[in-house]
Design a protein around this ligand. Structure first.
Ligand SMILES: Nc1ncnc2c1ncn2[C@@H]1O[C@H](COP(=O)(O)OP(=O)(O)O)[C@@H](O)[C@H]1O
Ligand SMILES: [Mg+2]
Length: 421
C-alpha cells in the first residue's frame, strides 16, 4: 500500500478488490494491517469471489467487511458508514488479534454457500477463529455445525493440535463425566487402570461438545468450573490437571428455553453463548441448493465414474423446492442414492425419493442393489417405493396407490406378496 503510505492520505475507510493488476488483494490487506500507521483503517473487500475460503481468509487477515459483486451502491454506502462508526470497536478486535501467532495456510474449509446468511457466517468464522472465544453454534441437525466447528479450529492458532469431538447426546449419562474428565484407577467398579479424559486430550487444541443440550446438569457444573479455573481433577483423582483448550459447542435445541424449564443451567448458557453462530436451515437458503447438489454429485461420481452426469431440469426443480427436514445431510444422502440408482445419463425426479425415517428400515434393503439378482432387487425397490408412498400418504393405502400410479387392488396384492404391514 505504497500509495496510501507515501502520499500520507488519511482515508477513513479503504475499499480493496481481491483481484488487482499487480498485487492480490489479500497481500495488500496484509501489508495494510502490518503497517502500524495504517492498520487501524477499516478495509472493505469488494470482489467477485464469494466462496467460504476467500471470505474467511479476508476476514482473518483483518478485513472489516466483505462485499460480493455484483453489489448495489446503497450497500456500499451503508457499509462505509458502519465501518467509520465502528472504527473504535475495530481497535478492540485488533487488540485481540495481536495475541495470536500467524500460521500457514489452513486446509480449505469445504463449506459451500453464497447465501448472504452463509457469507455472514464465513465472516464470523474469520473474525473469531484467531481468538480463544467460546463459540456456540446453533442450528437444526445436518446444517453443517460440525463443519463450521472444524473451520474455526483449522483457522485458529491451535490448528496443529487436535480438535476433540464429544457427542454429549451419544454417551450414557453415567459415563459422560468419566469420558470428559478421565478417571484414576479404582475410581469406580471396573476402573482397572487410569485414563485421561477428553479435556486432557484437547490440551492445546479445541474441544468440540456436540449436542451440548444433552449434557447432564451435574456434569455442567463440573465443566463450568473447569472452564473458569482451567484446571480439574480426574474422577477419583486428587491431582489438579491443567488443560488449555478452546471450547466450541453445538446444539439443535433452544438452550434458553431449556434453561427456563430448568433442563439446562442458566450459568452454563451464558458461559457458552459468548460468540453465537446461528446456522439457518437449508430451506431458508435455497439459493445454495444447486451448488451443494453439484458438489455432492461430483463427489459421488468420483466413486462411480459412469454415473449420471447431472440432473434433469425437473429433478433439479424438485431438489430446489423440497423442504429438507434433514438439511444438507439429507441433500447429500438424496444425491448419493440417486447416483447409485439412476439408470439414465441424467438423474430423473423418480430417482430422488427423499426417504423418511420410517422408510429407513426398507431403505437398508437398497444396499448393494446392483449386485443382487434381478427379482430380489426389484422386490427391494418396490418395498422402498411402497413404504415411501405410504409415508407420504400418512398410511392411507388408496392415496399411496395413487402416488405410485397403480390400482388399489394391485397395491393390496403387493403388500401381501412383499410382506409389508
Ligand atoms: N455448507 C456446506 N457445504 C458442504 N457440505 C456441507 C455443508 N453443510 C453441511 N455439509 C455436509 O453435510 C453433512 C452434515 O453436516 P454436519 O456438519 O455434520 O451437520 P450438523 O453437525 O449440523 O448435524 C456433512 O457431510 C457435511 O460435510
Ligand atoms: Mg452434528
Amino acid at each position: 500500500m505504497g500509495l496510501v503510505a507515501q502520499q500520507s492520505l488519511r482515508p477513513e475507510v479503504i475499499f480493496l478488490d481481491l483481484k488487482m493488476p499487480r498485487r492480490d488483494g489479500i497481500a495488500s490487506l496484509r501489508a495494510l494491517k502490518g503497517d502500524p500507521r495504517l492498520s487501524q483503517i477499516p478495509v472493505v473487500i469488494i470482489t467477485a469471489l464469494g466462496g467460504s475460503e476467500e471470505t474467511i481468509e479476508a476476514m482473518k487477515a483483518g478485513a472489516y467487511d466483505y462485499i460480493t459483486k455484483p453489489f448495489d451502491t446503497d450497500e456500499v454506502v451503508r457499509t462505509a458508514r458502519r465501518a467509520i462508526e465502528v472504527n473504535r470497536l475495530w481497535r478492540e478486535v485488533e487488540r485481540l488479534r495481536a495475541g495470536t501467532a500467524t500460521t500457514g495456510a489452513p486446509e480449505p474449509s469445504g463449506i459451500i454457500g453464497r447465501h448472504p446468511a452463509m457469507r455472514e457466517i464465513f465472516k464470523l468464522i474469520g473474525k473469531t477463529a484467531p481468538t480463544d472465544a467460546t463459540v456456540l453454534i446453533v442450528g437444526e441437525s445436518g446444517t453443517g455445525k460440525e463443519l463450521i466447528a472444524q473451520a474455526i479450529h483449522r483457522h485458529s492458532r491451535r490448528f496443529a493440535a487436535p480438535m476433540v469431538t464429544v457427542n454429549c447426546g451419544a454417551i450414557p449419562e453415567t459415563l459422560t463425566e468419566s469420558e470428559l474428565f478421565g478417571y484414576e484407577r479404582g475410581a469406580f467398579t471396573g476402573a482397572v487402570s487410569s485414563k485421561p479424559g477428553r479435556l486432557e486430550n484437547a490440551d492445546g487444541g479445541t474441544l468440540f461438545l456436540d449436542e451440548i443440550g444433552d449434557l447432564p446438569l451435574g456434569v455442567q457444573v463440573r465443566l463450568l468450573r473447569a472452564l473458569q479455573e482451567r484446571r480439574f481433577e480426574r474422577l477419583g483423582g486428587k491431582e489438579s490437571i491443567g488443560a488449555d483448550f478452546r471450547l466450541i459447542a453445538a446444539t439443535n435445541q433452544d438452550l434458553e428455553r431449556l434453561a427456563a424449564e430448568g433442563r439446562f443451567r442458566e450459568d452454563s448458557f451464558y458461559r457458552l453463548n459468548v460468540v453465537r453462530i446461528d446456522v439457518p436451515p437449508l430451506r431458508a437458503r435455497r439459493s445454495d441448493i444447486a451448488e451443494l447438489t453439484e458438489h455432492f454429485l461430483s463427489a459421488a461420481r468420483a466413486a462411480r465414474p459412469n454415473a449420471p452426469s447431472g440432473f434433469s431440469e425437473e429433478a433439479m426443480r424438485a431438489l430446489i423446492t423440497y423442504d429438507y427436514p434433514g438439511n444438507v445431510r439429507e441433500l447429500r444422502n438424496i444425491v448419493e442414492r440417486a447416483v447409485a440408482l439412476a439408470r439414465g445419463p441424467l438423474i430423473a425426479p423418480e430417482d430422488l425419493l427423499p426417504l423418511t425415517d420410517s422408510a429407513f428400515g426398507a431403505r437398508a434393503g437398497l444396499e448393494g442393489l446392483l449386485e443382487k439378482p434381478l427379482e430380489e432387487a426389484l422386490a427391494a425397490l418396490q418395498r422402498v417405493m411402497i413404504a415411501h408412498a405410504l409415508e407420504r400418504s400418512g398410511g392411507n393405502k388408496a392415496e399411496a396407490a395413487r402416488i405410485l400410479g397403480i390400482h388399489r387392488q394391485l397395491l393390496y396384492a403387493k403388500l401381501k406378496e412383499l410382506g409389508i404391514e
